[in-house]
Design a protein around this ligand. Structure first.
Ligand code: ADP
Length: 495
């Protein structure tokens, strides 16, 4: 094997420590695969208040204490704590960036009580970016690559090309910046820019990190990283060709198209597979799909819905935000619920969708079950116990739940966009070939037709079972994508 590559992997969310969405699943699983392929990858994330030292065996690192971090004119003091994540085959080093003033809190990005973004998110993530670089220096570990994820880490490529440019410790390090969701850009007023310590001339639209008169940290990552990736080929195409998907950064992304690669996220089948899942009442495989129904019964009980094996259960697990297509569901809910079906939703997010869903559950107590919480165990039970899984997303960079659903034999009904388009193949109702139901236009009629098509196939048991078996046998494990990343890392290092 050629020389191992060393990578610092920075993310604001990493399973099992901190999770608000798919980024955490990726950041928890991907590094383990890279490690299995023989490379030295280490994770860097904030030490949030809810991450228990005892629970995760987190220890102080004596020589990484009292690290000064400049935030504009101020200097804050951070230290590093250490732990591992392990999948039995390998261990991955995790460094926690401990700056209690910014991170000893109950939320990742916002206050869980008020639901408002923390007002000092600029300082929090400036400190994370500077902290990562300062830590490397003190550690004396010089990775080949720093792999950044989303806007929270977007300043790092800019720091390496400016403040740290002439420092021999850093000048060989290359950066990869992965876009998990272009719509969240980390936008702050111009006054926040001074806190970054970056040279004044970077505050410009053409070659810098400004959009209009604000600082845009997503733009910063895209502008300054050596290489950019995003989480599906289709999404890479969409963000460089459509104004809507490009979220104001289309032209810049187009300019950087030759450095932008779409690499599909993998999933961790040691966590998301019904044959080994410890969180579900009845394990099963594609050879024993008849046992899946046991989970359906438990799921219906958990949502206090009448148990009936024959009635199809359509589920959603999602952040309740505009991206996920709840407005379409809202338009068709009344018509859809004339069918003999059950709908189950697990989600947290915007008030308007919470209200819609709670009202729906009140109106149809025997047909609709809603829980407005974040509950990982319940998410597993829903994947195992449902017949269909709904993702009518407006856009979807990759999406993980449709991939989990397939492995659980829960047929995804998805809009053909981003990673949904790349991972699901439409079922042919004549022979059951395919793995899910797809619809094209973002409109409620198309969604309703898609669900009705799914219900029709469901009633044809033989065809349905064939599709379920197909879906369960799809393989989206990380190995293939991790190898693509290694190839990419090597290519960058040759440049
Ligand atoms: P996104 O990253 O846009 O939120 P993904 O489909 O990529 O969407 O990933 C969502 C992840 O978050 C999945 O692992 C899903 O199970 C999980 N998730 C979302 N909402 C909840 C919730 N309320 N309870 C438990 N897990 C949730």
């Amino acid at each position: 094997m050629s020389k191992p590559i060393s990578i610092l992997y920075i993310s604001s969310e990493v399973e099992p420590f901190a999770k608000t969405g798919g980024l955490a699943d990726v950041a928890g699983a991907f590094p383990q695969l890279i490690r299995e392929l023989g490379h030295d990858i280490r994770i860097f994330l904030p030490k949030y208040g809810f991450v228990g030292d005892r629970k995760f065996n987190i220890y102080d690192v004596i020589r990484l204490r009292d690290i000064p971090i400049s935030i504009g004119d101020k200097t804050e003091t951070a230290s590093i704590k250490s732990s591992f994540i392990t999948n039995q085959r390998v261990k991955v080093q995790v460094y926690f960036f401990d700056l209690p003033k910014y991170f000893n809190r109950d939320g990742v990005y916002f206050d869980p009580q008020s639901k408002k973004d923390y007002p000092d998110n600029d300082e929090r993530f400036i400190s994370l970016c500077r902290g990562a670089l300062e830590t490397l220096k003190r550690l004396g570990w010089k990775p080949d690559i720093i792999h950044c994820n989303d806007w929270q880490t977007g300043l790092i490529p800019a720091y390496l090309k400016t403040i740290y440019k002439d420092d021999p410790f850093f000048n060989k390090i290359r950066t990869v910046y992965t876009i998990h969701n272009l719509a969240y850009q980390g936008v702050f007023p111009k006054s926040s820019f001074a806190k970054t310590g970056l040279p004044e001339e970077l505050f410009n639209e053409q070659t810098g990190l400004a959009t209009g008169d604000v600082m845009n940290l997503m733009k910063c990552g895209i502008q300054f990283a050596d290489t950019i990736t995003t989480v599906s080929k289709r999404y890479a195409e969409e963000i460089t060709t459509s104004d809507e998907f490009g979220c104001g950064l289309k032209d810049l992304l187009k300019k950087r198209r030759k450095d932008l690669f779409g690499i599909l996220n993998g999933v961790d089948y040691s966590v998301w597979d019904p044959s080994v899942d410890p969180l579900i009442p009845q394990q099963y495989t594609h050879k024993t799909i008849q046992e899946k129904v046991e989970n359906k019964r438990e799921l219906l009980k958990a949502f206090k819905l009448p148990v009936d094996d024959a009635v199809p259960v359509i589920s959603i697990i999602s952040r309740l935000v505009e991206q996920k297509g709840f407005d379409l569901l809202q338009e068709i809910a009344g018509t859809l619920l004339k069918e003999d079906i059950k709908i189950i939703v697990l989600g947290t997010g915007e008030k308007r969708y919470q209200t819609f869903l709670s009202e729906l559950a009140t109106k149809y107590p025997d047909k609709v079950g809603v829980k407005l919480t974040f509950d990982d165990s319940l998410a597993h039970l829903i994947e195992a116990g449902s017949d269909m899984f709904l993702m009518p997303s407006r856009y979807e960079p990759c999406g993980l739940n449709q991939i989990y659903s397939m492995r659980y034999g829960t047929i995804p009904i998805v809009r053909a966009t981003g990673g949904l388009e790349d991972t699901v193949t439409d079922i042919d109702s004549k022979n059951g070939n395919g793995t899910g139901i797809k619809f094209g236009p973002y409109d409620s009629k198309a969604l309703l037709q898609a669900i009705e098509r799914a219900l029709k196939i469901y009633r044809d048991e033989k065809t349905w079972n064939k599709a379920v078996k197909n879906a369960m046998q799809q393989d989206f494990s990380w190995e293939k994508s991790a190898k693509e990343y290694i190839t990419l890392y090597k290519k960058i290092l040759k440049k």
